[in-house]
Design a protein around this ligand. Sequence first.
Ligand code: NAD
Ligand code: TYD
Length: 356
Amino acid sequence: MPCPLESTILITGGAGFIGSNYLWHLNKHHPNAKLVNLDSLTYCGNLANLEGLKNNYTFIKGNICDSQLVNKIFEDHQPNIIVNFAAESHVDRSILDPQLFLKTNIIGTQVLLDAAKKHMRDGLFLQVSTDEVYGSLGPEGCFTEESALKPNSPYSASKTSADLIAYAYYKTYGLPVIITRCSNNYGPYQFPEKLIPLMINNILQLKKLPVYGDGKNVRDWLYVEDHCKAITQVIEKGTPGQIYNIGGHNEMQNIAIVKLLIDKISQLLQEESYAKLANPDKINYDLIDFVKDRPGHDKRYAIDPTKIENEIGWTPETTFEQGIVKTIKWYLDNLKWSQNIINGEYKNYYQNMYGK
Ligand code: NAD
Ligand code: TYD
């Protein structure tokens, strides 16, 4: 295949955070690709993320566990690349309802793999996974692709199982599978239950900022556009049967992120265009609220991306300083997007988790 991205690409979970960013990325950089988005529109699937996406684009509302539907999509559209983003993705929700995570993340992936095995010729199945499959690090060292799989949450255990099933399809049936494992993403369209958008929205509403435990847990942050570029390069240059870690060289303690968001938002609110959104005088560290820790809370994640840098030539381009300002500005410029979510069914989840 001369350029695999000029073909038909089945994106699952394309109405979610990373999936929608990836569809916009393909739309911009590979306008000739035919894009098919299969998404069941769970609480976090949002078609507003894709408003305006037109060229060569088909949306299908459906569940990746629905084998009849998935096979029909393969027959009708004959995709030669599958990028599987669809998942239940929030650790806190996996603690509340593990079974849903097993269904979507494991069975759903297996259904897609099976359909690809049956219908796909000379293509690629890219399984989008997470660094959380490796479990938790101590103060030193980074996850490499060789690190042991030691997931701790129902979410990460389900993603690990999906990786193992995907790899088994490569080994057993010769299905061309690649697995990517990225660190925590941030950027536009991230559902407000996740750390960064949750804190941005709460700061703007002058609500308490719930930091789990002592706030010293570390995550390795990756700007979503850098992740999209990595996926594209893996599709173009990656080797089937391989795993690639994707990380941003951006380790931060949660408490440092929350303080940075407070500082940056206070500064931005001094600008004329944002001045009316909130009163900066009331935005300060007193909003920080140390709350009960998440059960099984992983202490530290950090990715060693040497393999993807050396073998594929990808490196992250966005510093955390740049990415966080872009992200905050996106949320300030798209308040309605967040408000529609915050005032919808998410309200019940928020109250159950955090009280008022
Ligand atoms: P998200 O929760 O924002 O979006 C998930 C999307 O999948 C939603 O649009 C949802 O409607 C859809 N979906 C859920 N169940 C489905 C089903 N059964 N059938 C069809 N569609 C379904 O997730 P995200 O943050 O965009 O993550 C995308 C992928 O990347 C996931 O596989 C996740 O495990 C992985 N990942 C995410 C991060 C991160 O920081 N967000 C980090 C590492 C890995
Ligand atoms: P999250 O965005 O849920 O991603 P993940 O658990 O997949 O890494 O959480 C990122 C970090 O922020 C994690 O250490 C948990 C912490 N956290 C809080 O302290 N408070 C919150 O309200 C949330 C949602 C997360």
